[in-house]
Design a protein around this ligand. Sequence first.
Ligand SMILES: NC(=O)c1ccc[n+]([C@@H]2O[C@H](COP(=O)([O-])OP(=O)(O)OC[C@H]3O[C@@H](n4cnc5c(N)ncnc54)[C@H](OP(=O)(O)O)[C@@H]3O)[C@@H](O)[C@H]2O)c1
Length: 332
Amino acid sequence: MRNLGIIGTNWITQQFIEAAEETKSFKLTQVYSRTEEKAQAFVEKLGKSNINLSDSLESFFASDDFDTVYIASPNALHFGQARLAIENGKNVIVEKPSTSNVREFAILDTLAHAKGVYLFEAARQIHEPIFKKAQEFVKDNQDELSGATLSYIKYSSRYDDFLAGNLPNIFNPKFSGGALYDLGVYTVYDAVVLFGAPNSVDYEAEILNSGIDGSGSLTLKYDKFDVNILIGKTKNSYMPSEIYFGKKTLLLDSAGDINRLTEANEEKKLTELPTTKSDNPMDSEAIEFARIMNEKDTTSYEKLFDYARKVNRVLEQARTSAGLVFEADKEE
Ligand SMILES: NC(=O)c1ccc[n+]([C@@H]2O[C@H](COP(=O)([O-])OP(=O)(O)OC[C@H]3O[C@@H](n4cnc5c(N)ncnc54)[C@H](OP(=O)(O)O)[C@@H]3O)[C@@H](O)[C@H]2O)c1
């Protein structure tokens, strides 16, 4: 088991630590938080002792009690924290989206490869067996592939706070938030992994008064078909996602967190495909990241890295087409 340091003390970090430890992939050894009290409260909540705590990023990364860091801070902070981690020789697992723009991604790409450390983007869903089943279905029916409609629309737990006049990180352009970068990234991952990089991208966004997108629709154009994507953080949708193969369709109950796959055949008969789904949706990625590092499986690593590179580019193209600007862009 590899030793793990973490940045970010919200529920998602707890979920990753549980996945990492249940699957015996990583063992938590150090926690960074902006305050030591919060770091202490976090380890107490996990029921742990003997975990090193740090409220300084410099001393956190200088520590040799972990070789891999999991970063789950607001999106705009990923770049600086990942860069510091790499400069200190740490492997990085960074929450999606790994960076705010292509410029930042290219810097991390060069640095991580020069330093010989691993940089993983935590796109959890593409590692799950249920996603791989969908991938297999697409591959087996490649000749008939004729497009997709992907939907991921969930009312954000922070939207009421936003409506009350506050500015939670996820609705703040300063932190590279918004529907596209928070939920759209899952759907773009679906498209890039299942169909490859699109030829062109267009995003029509409903922009909130903070300057970020609350919801919107994307069109990804490929040689022979289009992928239409609906995303949003200001409402709830119960619409399934669909991948089309002429007369046949594969239905996914969600584009971001697939729990059920159903095939509609040429006679329009619905059959649920047998799949497995772990209780913790981060189990599969934790296992895969550890496996790649332990086995030095550079082929799998570079394949994942290339997905991340392509997704990052699509996100930036989409954002540009919608006129969305982050503060991180102004560094250029
Ligand atoms: N894969 C998934 O299923 C999934 C689910 C949810 C979120 N995520 C990703 O996880 C990341 C974190 O999301 P979140 O909703 O947990 O974000 P968040 O609540 O806004 O912040 C996460 C952590 O970052 C630190 N932080 C908050 N505001 C900060 C600030 N202004 N300056 C410096 N540090 C700050 C806090 O830790 P301290 O106070 O301890 O410093 C906080 O616990 C995002 O990239 C998101 O996309 C992934």
